[in-house]
Design a protein around this ligand. Structure first.
Ligand SMILES: [Zn+2]
Length: 543
């Protein structure tokens, strides 16, 4: 029996059918007009459970000490839009993991059944297995940590969980649902934790619902939390389940890491509409919503449309993530989506001796330092030195976390000797004395300080770079660091009309983007003085 027509048929062994029936017999709707009625799983919810509890063929289960390893997937990730019922779903799975049959205990023979009365529950529930179906059994001592970025968020999940237990048959076996935690039979418990609960995070957990992992960023401390919990789970044979909205791809969240990791033993449920559909276009938006809200029959698409249209006005990127279930960079992203990719020219080879201009954004010990170059015909690239090393320096890779200034100076010297450098713009922050030396060596009309913290000047340079990218007058190489730094860069309004670039978080660097803009500015200014044209031709003849 497939969960709904839009989902593929189930052609693998799974404990999911038992778990679904168990949930529907034990969990009740936590709120709303139908509060207290049986919680019936929708299409996507059933589909997720059938996959999470998919059993590995040949697994034996608890009698062979196979807990997590009895299952096909080590953990699951569910990425669904707002209002698809992720919260109540997580609560229902938590109930099953607390006192329901979620571990494998062999395979059924003719006439085998699961009966609540054999497991301390007086509700009368009986499930008759098909011969050859996996057999389920509860955890002896379940320890569950509902985990989120904030106490407010864990309280949200907990608020759905408590009435789901208190107002239905589960109240017979779980009589104590406290305000802080839930005590389970057999010394088990359900806790809620955030990154503040350091001492408890490494606990011997058997199930961890990880809520909104799209917000679990390195700076929030939640990447460490996820890693600690995974170690705890691995020790116990437990499993985790991430649920989240689509995330902002510049944030390196836990959700993003899971998704991009490409592990085949993680179940990922992330329905997406065809990429060609525009979320800004009302008719196409409707098609996107129809696609990503499939399997959630209670959702009224007119209501969703109303909320999406409202949010679109203030934060279009968030609207597209929350309701369109798409990975979209946050508001204020520097370049329009796809622009950097469109303007890439990976085949362009820059030969020694070509006419180039340079831009340098340096730092001492926190941000990166980078030299970018641009040819007279508008190709931005990372010059190399010392036999092919890119002129980009990450201070974390240097002893003591400090940039090796000698290395930067050596790179500058090599680049000047290999190319015909017309102009070199340098942000003076932390590097004023070196810039002075370069000006003495290569000419003070060539090497110039260019302070990136001067707002009107910086804004003009950014605008010029953006316009020239959009018109195709500038292309660039395939430098991955440049790509990341460009994606990280955010606009920050400085006045009503002017903005500069900032990093969204301290670990998200933008220095290679800044040095690219400086290289372009140097090139444009040099070209305006007549540099490059005649001389370029001569070089072409010579080569
Ligand atoms: Zn029961």
């Amino acid at each position: 029996m497939p969960p709904a027509p839009e989902f593929p048929p189930i052609d693998f062994p799974t404990l999911g059918f038992l778990v679904i029936d168990w949930i529907e017999a034990h969990c009740v709707i936590p709120d709303g007009f139908t509060k207290g009625e049986p919680f019936i799983l929708s299409g996507w919810q059933a589909w997720n459970i059938l996959n999470h509890y998919r059993v590995r063929p040949g697994a034996v289960g608890i009698r062979n000490n196979e807990l997590a390893s009895a299952f096909f997937y080590r953990r699951s990730q569910t990425v669904r839009p707002q209002k698809t019922g992720k919260g109540p779903f997580t609560s229902a799975v938590t109930c099953a993991e607390a006192v329901g049959p979620v571990l494998l205990d062999g395979w059924a023979e003719e006439g085998d059944y699961y009966a609540c009365r054999d497991n301390g529950c007086p509700c009368g529930f009986v499930y008759f297995y098909e011969p050859g179906e996996p057999v389920g059994t509860p955890w002896p001592t379940p320890l569950i940590q509902i985990t989120a970025t904030s106490e407010e968020q864990t309280a949200n999940v907990y608020a759905a969980l408590k009435p789901m237990i208190d107002n239905g048959p589960l109240s017979e076996i779980i009589p104590k649902t406290g305000e802080e935690f839930i005590r389970l039979p057999n010394d088990g418990r359900i806790d809620t934790v955030t990154s503040n609960a350091r001492s408890r995070l490494g606990a011997r957990v058997t199930f961890v619902p990880q809520d909104e992992t799209g917000l679990w960023t390195p700076s929030s401390g939640m990447v460490k939390v996820a890693e600690t919990q995974r170690r705890g789970l691995a020790g116990m044979g437990g499993r985790a389940w991430e649920t989240t909205n689509a995330w902002d791809p510049s944030e390196a969240s836990v959700a993003q890491r899971t998704y991009e990791g490409g592990m085949e033993d993680i179940f990922i449920d992330f329905p997406q509409a065809p990429v060609g559909l525009s979320f800004r276009n009302k008719a196409e938006r409707r098609r996107i919503l129809r696609a990503v809200y499939s399997g959630s029959p209670w959702v009224n698409l007119d209501d969703i449309e109303g909320e999406a249209a409202e949010l679109l006005k203030v934060d279009p990127q968030q609207a597209e993530r929350f309701f369109g279930n798409r990975l979209v960079y946050a508001q204020g992203t520097w370049l329009p989506e796809g622009r950097w990719e469109e303007t890439k020219d990976a085949d362009r080879v820059v030969r020694d001796g070509e006419f180039i201009c340079l831009g340098f954004d340096g730092s001492e010990n926190n941000d990166w330092s980078a030299i970018r170059a641009e040819t007279a015909d508008g190709h931005v690239f990372t010059p190399t030195y010392a036999g092919g090393r890119p002129a980009i320096w990450d201070p974390r890779l240097h002893p003591g976390g400090h940039i090796d200034r000698g290395e930067v100076a050596a790179a500058v010297d090599e680049i000047f000797s290999r190319y015909n450098v017309g102009r070199f713009y340098c942000d003076p922050q932390d590097w004023r004395s070196e810039i002075g030396e370069w000006a003495l060596k290569y000419g003070d009309k060539v090497v110039l300080e260019w302070p990136t913290n001067q707002i009107s000047r910086m804004f003009a340079a950014l605008s010029r770079f953006e316009v020239d990218l959009a018109s195709g007058r500038v292309t660039h190489d395939d430098d991955k660091t440049a790509e990341i730094h460009v994606a990280n860069a955010r606009k920050k309004a400085q006045t009503a009309q002017r903005y500069t670039l900032i990093k969204p978080a301290d670990h998200q660097k933008i220095d290679v983007a800044m040095s690219s803009v400086l290289a372009h500015e140097a090139t444009q200014d040099a070209l305006a003085t007549g540099w490059g044209k005649a001389k370029s031709r001569r070089v072409l003849v010579l080569s």
